[in-house]
Design a protein around this ligand. Sequence first.
Ligand code: RIB
Length: 322
Amino acid sequence: MSPTSSSRPSQPAPRIVVLGSLNMDLVLRVPHAPAAGETLQGHSIATIPGGKGANQAVSCARQGGQVRMIGCVGDDAHGAALREALEDDGIDTAALRTVAGEATGTALILVEDSGQNRIVIVPGANARVELDEAALQPQLQGAAFLVTQFETPMAPVLRAVALAHDAGCKVMLNPSPMQPIPDALWTQVDTLVVNEIEAEALCGLAADTPQQAAAAGRSLRAKGIARVVVTLGSRGAVAVDGDGARHHPAPTVQAVDTTAAGDTFLGALAVALGEGQAFDAAVRLGIRAAALCIQQPGAQPSIPRRDAVLRQSPLPPDWSTL
Ligand code: RIB
């Protein structure tokens, strides 16, 4: 399968390098999360390709990006399946290393009837990610974005961000699972994508409402980042840049499973920005893509293609300045 057609066929597909994790998700659907000491009967169990890095790579590819994935899998059946899943989406896996004697990363995901999830990760091979700098440097030349998260070790993330910065390649950071952002990163990241919990952890300001998210986003921007997006789940997202803060609402949909909604958003955002679309238009594409994602179960199978996103009615133009 080749990357999906873009809404802008005359644009060359933006090149995006993704450094991050690959997990096989073990997904248990349950009526509700069990309390301590409670034994609960679940509805179903499934094994589904996931991992924040791989999900974001898949989202970039399905939105029309030309994607290279850097990461590690174990030399087991899950690792082979995750590699194949990326290749099925046309993603370049030449920099995806198989680590001998290591297990592929695993995520245990409980999905409640409400669609909410709880995730426990065992990193496995994700903890073994190292950078091949000689191979990475030419990949960063002319790429639209280096996209990365915090599900792989910090040292290669820091080094890759520095190399991207030196190469003039913009960096999109999703600091998830949340860890403090090292000082060096603040001035090297172009676009920061955080949810309300991560925003509060990073700047100490609550970010539960659009107004609060705007204040948190401004505070994060003041640390040296050009653009901040605070995602707010069913309430959409707040975009903050040098022109101020805008709240973009989300369409009302029935959530089946919110897994990979943030990854889907980020991929659409990166590709739209890489195509040269305006920040607000890119955020709105991300919201529309995430709204489709949460209506399907699982991580990678739920990430929509560009044509499916564009078939949805556009969001109403009722974004507000904050
Ligand atoms: O963002 C969703 C992802 O987080 C899941 O696919 C799981 O693997 C964890 O990494």
